[in-house]
Design a protein around this ligand. Structure first.
Ligand SMILES: *Cc1c(COP(=O)(O)O)cnc(C)c1O
Length: 422
């Protein structure tokens, strides 16, 4: 397995050695933790993923051996930090199959990436009476920035509906794309339901009408990878911490021509080319959108996470995850008076469910007593809960280091909850 084997377009990704989950687990030190004397069963990967040793090492190495600010220094450490920061950008570029490293903007996470687009592209192009389309299964991070924009501009936020399985209704989606629509912002994968949306088809429909599309890739990138040129999306945002990298670092991809024409987001250091009190001229891409000292260590850590994924092979990991999802779906659906929320045909490893007669928080607290980490509540997707007429769900979300044994621990835990609550 060569570290050169970066994620090229999906079709050309070569199969690698068979996926060995027990070997992979060795790479994640936290998975050996015991919680209240029980082995940790970490099933909250849609909230944040654990980090492999390679990422921890990269962070430590950065602070131990090359900590310095970038882009301005003439000294040895500053140059080295700059080189590594830009090397991380190149890794992201290859991971996304973007044409140019100038199209890769480092941000804090998916949330900041989406806000950036709403506040720059959105403010420039959306006017009174215009519409922005989102879907019924968006994370709050892909709703609120557009709401803020629409309120400011007197524009309208339009919501594309889904069916009871949690699948978008494509014909309805297409009907919403009127000449008033100036932008479509859509999640590729739902964090609350696990649905994989047919984004390529939606992008094609939008582009026929010259409407640009932003994909929220926060849940898609860790499970499906991303190929922005194949998808032909105009913007793509994801978070490092859900991709087995550090918190506080994320990426906004944008097509160069769009980014060039956009006004800057935040003002400050590094995003300028010259400043006088009369007039400031802005730096070239991607720096125009990176005001202030960036999360240098975070970028380096994200680069290490991408290297790690390339080594284990995201395709292999995804195939294993699909098998684990099928197993978990069968085991969990068999529990009496349990209702799965989100049963789309195309799904990633998210199991959202409700237990009749049990408040999700009570179930979560009981599972926690057994060392099982799941999430309960609305998962930052309150409109999804409203759509299914529930207050929240219990959500188990999988990563490629989870095992069938852990699914069995979850099933046993749910049965114990049932015994207590009847
Ligand atoms: C987690 C998540 C976000 C927000 O990511 P942050 O890392 O909190 O910025 C946005 N969209 C989806 C679908 C998510 O799962």
């Amino acid at each position: 397995m060569s570290s050169e084997n970066v994620l090229a377009p999906a079709s050309s990704r070569a199969p690698k050695a068979p996926f060995d989950v027990w070997k992979v687990r060795e790479d994640f030190p936290i998975l050996k933790t015991r919680i209240r004397g029980k082995p940790l069963v970490y099933l909250d990967n849609a909230a944040t993923a654990q980090k492999p040793q390679a990422v921890l090492d990269a962070l430590e190495r950065f602070y131990l051996e090359e900590c310095a600010n970038i882009h301005r220094g003439v000294h040895f450490l500053s140059e080295r930090a700059t080189v590594d920061h830009e090397a991380a950008r190149a890794k992201v570029q290859r991971f996304l199959n973007a044409k140019d490293a100038r199209e890769i903007i480092f941000v804090r996470g998916a949330t900041e990436g989406i806000n950036l687009v709403a506040q720059t592209y959105g403010r420039k192009h959306v006017e009174a009476g215009d519409e922005v389309v989102v879907s019924a299964m968006e994370h709050h991070s892909n709703i609120v920035p557009w709401q803020i924009l629409c309120e400011e501009k007197n524009a309208r936020l339009v919501v594309a509906p889904m069916n009871d399985q949690g699948e978008l209704l494509l014909d309805k989606f297409e009907k919403l794309m009127s000449p008033r629509v100036k932008f479509v912002a859509l999640t590729q994968v739902s964090n609350a339901l696990g649905t994989i949306n047919p984004v390529q088809e939606i992008i094609r429909m939008a582009h026929q009408r010259e409407i640009p599309v932003l994909l929220d890739g926060a849940q898609a990138a860790p499970h499906l990878g991303a190929n922005v040129r194949e998808l032909d999306c105009d913007f793509y945002a994801f978070s490092g911490h859900k991709l087995f990298g550090p918190t506080g670092i994320g990426v906004l991809y944008g097509k160069a021509a769009l980014l060039e024409a956009m006004p800057p987001y935040q003002g400050g250091g590094d995003m300028i080319s010259s400043v006088t009190f009369e007039k400031t001229t802005y730096n070239s891409l991607p720096f125009k959108f990176e005001a202030g000292t960036p999360n240098i260590a975070g970028a380096v850590g994200l680069g290490a996470a991408i290297d790690y994924l390339n080594r284990i092979g995201l395709e292999n990991a995804a195939a294993y995850e699909r098998e684990l999802l099928a197993y978990a779906t069968e085991r969990i659906s068999a529990i009496p008076r349990l209702r799965l929320i989100g049963t789309a045909r195309e799904k990633v490893g998210v199991l959202s469910f409700v237990l009749e007669g049990v408040h999700p928080h009570d179930a979560g607290a009981m599972l926690d007593q057994q060392g099982i980490a799941i999430r309960t509540g609305h998962h930052c997707a309150q409109p999804v809960m409203e759509r299914f007429k529930i207050s929240g769900t219990i959500r188990a979300s999988l990563a490629f280091y989870n095992t069938k044994d852990e699914i069995e621990a979850l099933v046993a835990g749910i049965k114990e909850v049932r015994e207590v609550f009847g």
